[in-house]
Design a protein around this ligand. Structure first.
Ligand code: FAD
Length: 419
């Protein structure tokens, strides 16, 4: 039976399910649809760090995620080949710096929270077209799993959380800006019997390797190459993947002693862009509104943040607290303000720009000082904002009293101390 909703959200993964949950918790009538069946995987990554774990805790979902068997990541090993730093015990207020849940576990946890909050959920529902009244989006049509019957739904606002290729964004011709074409290609898989306590990042010769523990006792390993190498890598993924892993011998030894548990998956269409995320009767959230190369692994935590920003705009707009149009402009402003510095940093990383001498010397300055290293990682992950100076051995520029924050800011512009 058709009914009018306050909001329809298309796409029920980290951006869409979070948005639907927040809107439903605010008392709005919400329909959440996705063409996939749930729970299910999607060939995307899933390491959540920075502000992501804190949001899950605030939303009351961190314990539910842990209950799926997702282990916390409490160590962060950063290995550039020349310098290796390992942050340990990276836990603050009971929240680890990172978690790597499989997407089936994460997305389903979020969808269930949306349903618990009162949202109607329709999996295996493919949106085929959007419905307009003049230039205003007023709903959509789509087919359910039988593929036969066309259903129509109407809402005050229709939200595209339908990923980087967003059909809604194309339909409304959402403007794109700061566009940079695909820089890297990624392949990944999962291994059993490979011990790991947290995130490991290895950067070597225009390759970057990320490894982290995930559900079912598996370790996830992601490798990126410059996009120009895509066809070579794709011609023999296993050989190129293992050749990249062999650049980090200690990881390679552990991986070779384990067993690959799943097939390789990959992604090679990864353009960088921001899109105008709102207009008459529509809004975009998650990758649909801003897509970044996965280098810094920001997609999931940023989707959570933008879900909150959009939910505020929609709630205020539909309750009459302020016009929806101005709320959506404010959403865009706040999203861009939050994302722009890291968007630029991420582009530098994804271009495999080499570290400067200053950057390298700053990294060397932490070697051998475990306490400073731990505090550095916690500050760079946004877990602490400590103003006390930290001693950095052998690094003249940083030996003068300076705050961890300012070092963090300096390093944010530097080599890959952040995923
Ligand atoms: C290789 C790779 C590694 C990554 N690694 C990380 C990482 O470690 N950490 C991190 O934070 N981010 C990572 N990312 C980015 C992250 O995966 C994305 O930012 C995130 O998935 C975006 O979520 P989303 O909800 O916006 O969109 P998506 O996850 O793309 O979900 C979109 C949903 O919309 C549905 N949909 C689309 N069209 C329709 C339609 N017409 N009708 C109905 N439903 C529709 C789809 O079925 C899908 O379920 C990685 C990405 C890639 C490709």
């Amino acid at each position: 039976m058709s009914r009018d909703y306050d909001a329809i959200v298309v796409g029920a993964r980290c951006a869409g399910a979070s948005t639907a949950m927040l809107l439903a918790r605010a008392g709005l009538r919400v329909l959440l649809v996705d063409r996939s069946a749930f729970p299910s995987e999607i060939a995307h990554g899933h390491f959540i760090h920075r502000h992501g774990p804190g949001r899950l805790k605030k939303w009351g979902l961190l314990d539910r995620l842990l209950a799926t068997g997702c282990p916390p990541s409490t160590t962060f090993a950063l290995d550039t080949g020349e310098v290796r730093l390992v942050g340990k015990d990276l836990v603050h207020d009971g929240v680890a710096f990172g978690y790597g849940p499989r997407r089936s576990a994460l997305d389903w946890t979020l969808v269930k929270a949306a349903i618990d909050a009162g949202a109607d959920f329709r999996p295996s529902f493919a949106v085929t077209e959007y419905v307009f009244d003049d230039d205003r989006v007023v709903g959509l049509r789509g087919t359910d799993r039988s593929g036969g019957r066309l259903h129509s739904e109407r809402a005050s606002i229709t939200i595209g959380a339908d990923g980087r290729g967003s059909q809604l964004a194309r339909t409304v011709r959402a403007a794109e800006y700061d566009v940079v074409p695909t820089l890297t290609c990624w392949f990944f898989s999962y291994w059993s019997d490979v011990p790991a306590t947290g995130l490991e990042v290895y950067s070597r010769h225009e390759r970057v390797i990320f490894a982290f523990p995930t559900n079912d006792g598996l370790i996830a390993i992601f490798v990126a190459w410059p996009i120009c190498e895509q066809s070579a890598v794709q011609s023999d993924i296993e050989r190129h993947f293992m050749a990249a892993i062999d650049l980090a011998p200690e990881l390679a030894a552990r991986v070779r002693a384990g067993r690959r548990a799943e097939r390789f998956r990959g992604a090679a269409h990864l353009p960088n862009f921001l899109r105008t995320p709102g207009g008459p009767g529509w809004a975009l959230v998650g990758d649909a509104g801003c897509h970044k190369d996965p280098y810094l692994a920001l997609g999931v935590c940023d989707a959570f943040r933008d879900a909150e920003l959009l939910a505020i705009a929609v709630e205020d707009g539909l309750s009459g607290k302020r016009p929806l149009a101005s709320g959506l402009l404010e959403y865009e402003r706040r999203r861009n303000e939050a994302t722009s510095p890291e968007y630029q940093l991420n582009l530098r990383r994804a271009r495999f720009e080499p570290p400067t001498e200053d950057e390298l010397s700053a990294q060397r300055g932490l070697v051998g000082n475990q306490d400073a290293t731990n505090r550095f990682f916690m500050a760079s992950e946004g877990m602490i904002q400590q103003e006390a100076p930290i001693p950095l051995h052998g690094c003249r520029e940083h030996n003068a009293p300076s705050s961890l924050r300012s070092i963090r800011d300096q390093w944010r512009r530097s080599w890959s101390l952040e995923l």
